[in-house]
Design a protein around this ligand. Sequence first.
Ligand SMILES: *Cc1c(COP(=O)(O)O)cnc(C)c1O
Length: 434
Amino acid sequence: MKFYSLNRQSDPVSFKEACIRGQAPDKGLYFPERIPLLSDQLKANLRSISNEAIALEVIRPYIGNSIPDNVLRQIVEETVNFDIPLVAVTESVSSLELFHGPTLAFKDVGARFMSRCLGYFSREEKNKIVVLVATSGDTGGAVAHGFYGVEGVDVVILYPSGKVSSVQEKQLTALGKNIHALEVQGSFDDCQQMVKQAFADDELRAKRFLTSANSINVARWLPQQFYYFFALKQWPQDAAAPVFSVPSGNFGNICAGILAHLSGLPARHFLAACNANDVVPRFLQSQDYQPRQAIATISNAMDVGNPSNFIRILELFHQEFSSLTEKLSSCSISDDETRATIRRVYQEYDYLLDPHGAVGFLALERYLQAHPDSQGILLETAHPVKFYDVVEPLIGEKVPLPNAVKEIMQLPKKSTLMPANYDALKEFLFSYSA
Ligand SMILES: *Cc1c(COP(=O)(O)O)cnc(C)c1O
């Protein structure tokens, strides 16, 4: 399988090239040249096949010759080796809990898959690959855990000092080994600016093999299809195809779901649940796409003003607006509605949502009111304890820390304090011994 650039100025490349580069030289996103169709056997036997076998069959066609079968099997096994249960919340809504991985958010799956692929590709490189990434909180932890201990790859994470939660900071800084945390005395924007400058610095790139672990990377995007199959595997056999509600920011997760559907996954509809950042809901009403500055909300992993993956969704529907809106709806939920939903669902159904999941839950409830013959699956993208400062006051209770987090909270923080200027980063990248 080849991947072409959506800007169509660069040449198509293999999965390996797309994974190492992240973005095409023409700055376009990579997109598969065709959409593979699932075997009837997989569709018929979904319930009796292991998660590993499902994942392998789904991802195999995209990888081509880039990774041999035995290695790919190992990568997939390590990617999906935690629970992804489907839990009934109400009569018509079930929650697919994607937060049982090491950093308690769904990004663990994509980060693990990408890290293992890159680790495999690095064996053919003379120099270590350095993954450079700026984080506002969640991505950094998933990337740190995904790449921890992966041979041939070093990770350098920039995060804004004092602006990530204590759990998030420990997830970034406590691991050590091949994970280097730079605590930048500035904002997330400063961190991102420093990373951008590094990628544009030819002198640096001549000495260090830099790549990013950005969420647009095909190796993070494609494995997200797995969730939707694992959901259906647990869906009642005689029930009609579900509506999937996906809390959306950069639209990578929902785009993977739609891709899975076009490969043959049964789904009645997709619902992109957004917070106040409503570029896509507006577009679906007006056909006018107007990117904006992101607005800060309590579901902060979805604070995106110009969702990068939306262009992939348009491509999946061949830019045809009517076929797009037949499969995809979107709505915007305010912070007040999000808080009220967390409180109500906890009281009425004894189920604790995180702010992102609450956005998805309310969006789904509204959709099902208008389509009473349907049932839906909410993708619960993060554990509520990650957002305890929002959630605990709403329910008047403490949320207990899961064991994975308790352990990491006891480890010492290891970070390098750095002023928010590029020269300091450059010096670090030249000097530390990889
Ligand atoms: C990243 C993230 C999202 C948004 O996912 P996209 O693929 O960017 O749309 C939603 N919820 C949580 C908890 C996240 O970390």
